[in-house]
Structures are given as C-alpha cells and as structure tokens.
Design a protein around this ligand. Structure first.
Ligand SMILES: [Zn+2]
Length: 353
C-alpha cells in the first residue's frame, strides 16, 4: 500500500500536547463573541474580522497578544469556558483523535466568581458531559500547567489542585510559558514534591522550546526533575541529547507545523528534528497538532494543521510507510498519563502495523 492510501483522519490518534486556550478555533471564539455582544458584555471587534480565517501569514508578535486578549476577555465565565471546551473536544474528535490530554493553567475568573479550583471543576464536568453525550471514541484527561512566570506560591497552588483532582480526571503537571522567563530553579521543589507525593501524576515539561530556554544548565535542571515527557525538544546540545536517551523511554511531544511555520527551527519540514528522533529506541515520539499557551508559539487555529495533517506531513517528508505510522501511534500509548485501563482500551482501538 502506498503512503498516500492512509486515511489520516480515520487513523485513531493520540494527542498529548494540547493547550486548551490555544486549541479554541477562531470560529468558536466568534460564536462566543456574538453571544457576549448580544448580551452587551463586550465592546471588542468581531474576532473573525480582526483575525480572518483565511489569513495565515501572521507574525507571532502580532497574533498572540491579539489572540490572548480575546481569550482572556471572552472566555471569562462558566458558560464561555464550557462552550469553548466542548468545541475543542468536538474538533479533536472530528479529526479522529481517540485519546487527548488537554493542558491548562488554572485561572480564576473573578467577574464570574470562579476560583481556580472551580475553573478546573468546570472543565472536568464538561469533559464528562461530552463523553456521556457523544458517540465518539474520544477520551480526555487534564494536565495542569505551571507558568514559568509563577511564583513558588502560585506553583504550589497548581500542585494542590493536582492533588485535589487526582483520580478525578487530572493526570499530569506541566511547565509552560514564555521561554524567555526564568530562571526556573525556584520551581524545582514543586516538581520534586509532585514526584514524591503524587507518584501517579505524570510530569511533562516544555523543553528547549527556544534558544533562551535551551541552555545546558536549564535543561539538565529540568531533567533532574525526572519528567516522564518533554515538549518541543529543539535546542539541545549533544550532551543533553545523550542524557535524554540515557533516561530511557522518555516521551517526546513534537510539533512539526508550528516549529516550521513559526520559524522556531531553521529550514523546512525535512530539517525538523522529528527525523533525528523517531527511530531512537530509547525514546517515544508523539506528534502534536501544536496548540498553544498564550505565550508559546504553537496554535492549531493559526497554522491550520490538525493532528491528522501532522501524520501526513511526516509520511511525506520522512518517508514513513503505513506500518511506520501505525507503530509510531501505538508506541505513543506507552507514555500517556491516563493509566493502564486506558492503555488497554487504546491497544484495542489503534491500528496495528
Ligand atoms: Zn506547548
């Protein structure tokens, strides 16, 4: 069978690096805006006029502040949080994703009287509601993110929320945010405590996403927190690469389209580090549709590349066969945070080579 014969949308897929806010489509944001406009709750211009769907030639410096300000102004109450979360889940399900780990930085919504804990609760309830009412095979878990700008107190608050919702849908903790912000050493104790007191919780870290966050010192510090997975994995020297391999069975969340379109790597798809890692025995590569945190650079809405397209891209640019694609997706099952029962379900669902 030729590579082109694979139906990438029908291929059951795993998405492990999806930022909730960054996965909200501009169309969905428009619908939220429409309701808020009717209710007299916003003076903002229509997001589809400010950020038209056909427009893809965004400069990251202009798009993200605009997109983030819409998210923060429009997704500011329980209704909007539910509406946008349901929309994100539907989009992933329609693209053939069968297992999703969404990540979000817990955010209080004071105007709606919502605490950070209630924010997490609303998302978990929305996921449960989606799974009960929808026939899709999509199952979704939540990862709570610590932002690089967080104080130790704020980071500890995220860990407390992980503890509160562990076993109730929260399966991991993440470090995200503007790579230029640092140093990150002060956050170490939080991840060490997570490892010590919540062994069932997975740890994933944005890793060498930009040159600023790719110093050997920072990367060795991050590895000392014993992450289960790392995201982006761009600016590594040989010593750090060896260290990553030495850890064994580390999950690598790689985002092709966003890295290429946003100019995070030099060259086109052929020069993406996917080519360097996907055959490495000691690691597990998982492709991502590349949604974003407001301060990161990856966004399915901006670059218009759903997960199915990422698989088509690696097949095209790195010559993966149908068998390669299937075994790549199957290998990813090993690094999900959703537990053994979920792994069993996925082994039954995901195509074998
Ligand atoms: Zn990210």
């Amino acid at each position: 069978m030729t590579v082109d014969a694979v139906d990438y949308k029908a291929l059951p897929k795993i998405e492990l690096h999806a930022h909730l806010s960054g996965s909200i489509s501009r169309q969905c944001l428009h619908e939220v805006w429409l309701k808020k406009k009717e209710d007299g709750e916003t003076d903002l211009q229509d997001p589809l006029i400010e950020m038209p769907l056909g427009k893809h030639d965004y400069d990251l410096k202009t798009f993200f502040p605009l997109f983030s300000s819409y998210i923060y102004h429009l997704v500011n109450d329980t209704w909007a949080l539910r509406y946008t979360t349901l929309s994100v889940l539907s989009d992933f399900a329609a693209d053939g994703v069968v297992y999703l780990e969404l990540r979000t930085t817990p955010r209080a919504m004071p105007s709606a009287g919502l605490t950070k804990s209630q924010y997490v609760q609303v998302i978990l309830e929305t996921i449960a509601e989606f799974e009960q009412s929808n026939t899709a095979s999509l199952r979704t878990k939540l990862i709570l993110s610590i932002d690089r700008r967080n104080t130790l107190r704020e980071a500890n608050e995220v860990l407390s929320l992980c503890r509160q919702f562990s076993g109730k849908g929260v399966v991991g903790i993440d470090l995200c945010g503007d790579p230029a912000r640092g140093p990150i050493d002060i956050l170490g104790p939080v991840f060490e405590e997570a490892k010590r007191t919540l062994p069932e919780l997975g740890i994933t870290l944005h890793f060498a996403e930009a040159e600023a966050s790719g110093t050997e010192e920072e990367l060795l510090t991050l590895l000392s927190w014993r992450p289960d997975r790392i995201g982006h994995v761009i600016h590594l020297n040989e010593r750090v690469k060896e260290e990553v391999k030495r850890r064994g069975w580390m999950g690598l969340e790689l985002c092709l389209s966003c890295n290429v379109h946003a100019g995070m790597i030099c060259g086109g798809f052929e020069s993406h580090h996917f080519g360097e890692w996907w055959k490495v025995e000691e690691t597990v590569v998982v492709l991502s549709a590349s949604p974003t945190s407001p301060f990161s650079t990856d966004d399915v809405g901006v670059f218009g590349s759903p997960l199915s397209n990422e698989y088509a891209l690696v097949a095209k640019h790195f010559g993966l066969t149908r068998a390669d694609i299937c075994s790549l997706v199957r290998k990813g099952i090993d690094v999900i945070f959703g537990g053994d029962e979920e792994k069993e379900r996925l082994r039954g669902l995901i195509w074998s080579a």
